[in-house]
Design a protein around this ligand. Structure first.
Ligand code: GLN
Length: 469
């Protein structure tokens, strides 16, 4: 097939499913997409070199900056923002020949777990249109799941790649903190944020990770650690060998398979674990007593950092419709106030208030400082567990995708759903989510298993290569 044919068929598929799914906030005009594809075809015809992602159609979460498209982060306050630059991850994708052809929906600034927090639209789960796709990268997960695009980028501050991957039955990878440059990623909580990958196979996600990883002088926290070839090291498992994974030490996190986790989720994950045992892994239970402290620590730290990061949205540098005339003196103050009042959604405002409170003089020690101390405890407990095990396992979420509206007015219930993922961000570790079964009850929704590796050991992935195609 030619790049043009592929692009045409994906544009067609995208459009066909978009009325039901609403996974995209923006799609490039056909002629621009087809022109890029045509150029690739010409290069191939002339035997010129094309990158490893030549013709691959990519969806990018709308909090990642793209030069020729809007980048709203799901917020009204950035409705008119057209970045004059590409995020480093996007630039790299384009250099590899990928065609970035759309921007996907998200909870405003990445704050949420359903996409219901988007200022623009709610995305539906392709497996059941009355359910949420998860979030905040719900648009990317739904788009890959419905094959509206081949692969997609998301961002993961506390689970925003892994939980929607689980809800939509696709592969989601959260890289080690610092593996991928955050330059051009709209900041939510900078010490936790990382750009991640969605694909329909482990190999796809590996190729995607290959092309976006590496040091970047525009992000001081990006790592100089060498980037291994993730893609070529996905050695197919030899099923003829009786125990192809012999010797691999798998630690099952005890705290993640008990109370508060749906029984269908537990049984799917448990049966995946027995499969690992059949393949030769040495499975043992590990206890992380600090596991449940992750949620409160995460919400304090993420809110605190976001209250600082979001102070830059003042309605001046990127103006909103109708706020252009007030510019001086008192009017400047009301320009800030009015723009923020109008341009930011309620979840975002609540987090700014929470974060400002936690950081304020009289409360800093009681909240922010303690949360940092808890973070250290969590980081150390994961390190210990990963000294004794090659990977750690848990469900990706305590439930399958729930109904749209179900938790919309119950923030605490929504936050509680992040219990499986937030610790991994606090510890800065890589984690892969794979579909591992279905809720056998009436819902029939996909269940995801989470595999956590040591820092910069994304290649734990080789273990599951080809397992699920
Ligand atoms: N649901 C979590 C939150 O609302 C995580 C979001 C994310 O990873 N961006 O903060």
């Amino acid at each position: 097939t030619s790049a043009v044919d592929l692009a045409k068929s994906f544009l067609h598929r995208l459009r066909r499913h978009e009325p039901q799914l609403s996974s995209f906030l923006y799609v490039s005009p056909d002629d621009i997409v087809l022109k890029q594809a045509e150029e690739l075809d010409n290069r191939i015809k002339n035997n010129e070199e094309v990158g490893p992602l030549a013709g691959v159609l990519v969806g990018v979460k709308d909090n990642i900056c793209t030069r020729d498209m809007p980048s709203t982060a799901g917020s009204r306050i950035l409705e008119n923002y057209r970045p004059p630059f590409d995020a480093t991850a996007v630039r790299k994708l384009r250099e590899m020949g990928a065609i970035v052809f759309g921007k996907t929906n998200l909870d405003e600034f990445g704050m949420g777990s359903t996409t219901e927090g988007s200022a623009y639209q709610v995305t539906a789960n392709p497996w059941d249109l009355s359910r949420v796709p998860g979030g905040s990268s719900g648009g990317s997960a739904a788009a890959v799941s419905a094959r509206q695009c081949m692969v997609a980028l998301g961002s993961d501050t506390g689970g925003s790649v892994r939980q929607p991957a689980s809800f939509c039955g696709v592969v989601g990878l959260k890289p080690t903190y610092g593996r991928v440059s955050r330059y051009g990623l709209v900041a939510y909580a900078s010490s936790l944020d990382v750009i991640g990958c969605f694909g329909s196979s482990v190999a796809d996600t590996g190729i995607l990770l290959n092309s976006i990883s590496g040091f970047d002088k525009f992000d001081a926290t990006s790592s100089k650690q060498e980037v291994p070839d993730y893609a070529s090291q996905f050695v197919p498992l030899d099923y003829l060998e009786p125990k192809p994974l012999k010797g691999l030490r798998v630690g099952v996190i005890h705290e993640t398979l008990g109370n508060g986790v749906d029984s269908e989720v537990v049984s799917s994950v448990r049966s995946a674990i027995s499969h690992l045992e059949e393949l030769g892994c040495t499975v043992s239970e590990v206890s992380l007593p600090s596991f449940s402290l992750g949620l409160p620590a995460y919400y304090i730290l993420a809110s605190s950092e976001s209250s600082s990061n979001l102070s830059r949205y003042d309605g001046v540098r990127v103006g909103m419709e109708g706020y252009g005339n007030q510019v001086f003196g008192e009017e400047l103050k009301s320009l800030y106030g009015d723009s923020r009042a109008e341009g930011l959604g309620s979840e975002v405002k609540m987090r700014i208030l929470m974060g400002t409170y936690a950081l304020s003089a009289g409360y800093y020690d009681a909240y922010y400082k303690r949360a940092q101390q808890v973070r250290t405890i969590i980081r150390n407990s994961f390190k210990d567990a990963l000294d004794k095990n090659d990977i750690l396992i848990s469900p990706a979420a305590p439930s399958v995708a729930y109904k749209i509206g179900e938790k919309k007015n119950d923030q605490l219930a929504m936050y509680a759903g992040d219990i499986m993922t937030v610790n991994v961000n606090l510890a800065g570790l890589p984690a892969l989510v794979l579909p591992c079964g279905f809720d056998g009850g009436s819902a029939g929704m996909p269940v995801g298993i989470q595999m956590i590796g040591a820092a910069f050991d994304e290649l734990m992935n080789k273990l599951v290569n080809e397992w699920f195609g």
